[in-house]
Design a protein around this ligand. Structure first.
Ligand SMILES: Nc1ncnc2c1ncn2[C@@H]1O[C@H](COP(=O)(O)OP(=O)(O)O)[C@@H](O)[C@H]1O
Ligand SMILES: [Mg+2]
Length: 316
């Protein structure tokens, strides 16, 4: 975890007085969650026609990008789909949350982007789920924005590496991946640009707080620019509201405002503020493995199912 984030114990102290989801008394919440567990139990998620590459992006830090990337990925994998998480944030938080080593000796996304290494050489299977893989990020990646500047085809490196991986899987008779989920850094630099060129879809997590939509127009403008110049297939396929606290008017206002601006993209599922979600990375786990019956895990399972059921991989 980075120094700027609260430690697990801070988060627990801050939120442990509140139930996991917050508009329902505890007993009622348990009944609601029991019904959700039943609905989700042994659910096989639909396999996409061809693999979906989704960049989880928002240039704001701390909005839930990494939590969303790893927990959606783990939920899709638990639903029977083959999922790769590419950690393209130098902080390596997604690698941590997936329990994957990311010290400087391991083959990482840096070696793929700047060292000519094949993605297949760096991908690691997660211990908790045989359907889930991760290409980790190491501290080397922190210099990559600058190192990439003078490289040829600097925006296309991830795109080409993903294409190479597809061809490698075909050549070696291995099954293709169903989902590639890219956890972006909190900026709109060359790393995020590589994710936007490598992906077809962008999923934007929005934290339910003041100024939730601040910066969103810049993000959407960047996506438009990428679509016009580098990747005509790119679209925003989903907006996910995170750290939702239904007790507050503020959260309800954010939901209403986002729904008004993006009626076709905003997901029905929302992710509640949840101590379990915040604790899980400290154990090198996703919340799906750490506490699969918690309200937070159920919310990510439902969001993953909703994503998987999107017709043609797109809303609207
Ligand atoms: N739904 C949630 N409830 C409580 N804490 C959360 C939730 N989602 C994320 N967090 C915590 O908030 C912090 C920022 O989340 P993170 O997913 O790392 O955001 P980002 O990748 O956008 O910086 C982390 O400490 C994380 O554990
Ligand atoms: Mg992150």
């Amino acid at each position: 975890m980075s120094f700027s984030e609260p430690s697990v114990s801070d988060v627990s102290r801050e939120t442990s007085a509140a139930p996991e989801t917050s508009d329902t008394p505890l007993g009622d919440q348990a009944a609601v969650d029991a019904a959700r567990q039943l609905r989700l139990r042994d659910k096989q998620f639909p396999r996409p026609g061809s693999n979906r590459v989704i960049a989880v992006a928002n240039q704001k830090g701390g909005v839930g990008k990494t939590s969303t990337a790893v927990n959606l990925a783990a939920a899709l994998a638990r639903g029977g789909l083959r999922v790769l998480v590419i950690d393209i944030d130098p902080q390596g938080n997604a690698s941590t949350a997936l329990g994957v080593e990311h010290h400087s000796e391991v083959v990482s996304v840096y070696d793929v982007l700047l060292g000519g290494q094949a993605m297949a050489d760096g991908i690691v299977q997660c211990q908790t789920n045989p359907n889930l893989w991760c290409l980790p990020a190491t501290i080397d990646l922190s210099g990559a924005e600058i190192e990439l500047v003078n490289q040829p085809k600097r925006e296309y490196r991830l795109h080409e590496a993903i294409g190479d991986l597809r061809r490698y899987l075909r050549r070696t008779g291995k099954p293709q991946l169903d989902y590639v989920i890219i956890d972006c850094p909190p900026s709109l630099g060359l790393l995020t640009l590589n994710a936007f060129v490598g992906a077809k879809e962008v999923l934007i997590p929005i934290q339910c707080e003041y100024y939730a939509l601040e910066g969103l127009s810049q993000l959407l403008r960047t996506i438009d620019l990428v679509r016009d110049s580098l990747n005509p297939e790119l679209s925003v396929s989903a907006i996910l509201l995170t750290m939702y606290d239904a007790r507050t008017n503020l959260a309800r206002d954010v939901v209403a405002e986002v729904g008004q601006h993006f009626p076709n993209q905003v997901m029905r599922s929302t992710i509640p503020r949840s101590v379990r979600i915040a604790e899980a990375p400290g154990f090198g786990q996703t919340v799906i493995d750490y506490d699969p019956n918690s309200t937070g895990a159920l919310a990510y399972m439902e969001a993953a199912l909703e994503l998987a059921e999107q017709v043609g991989g797109n809303y609207g």
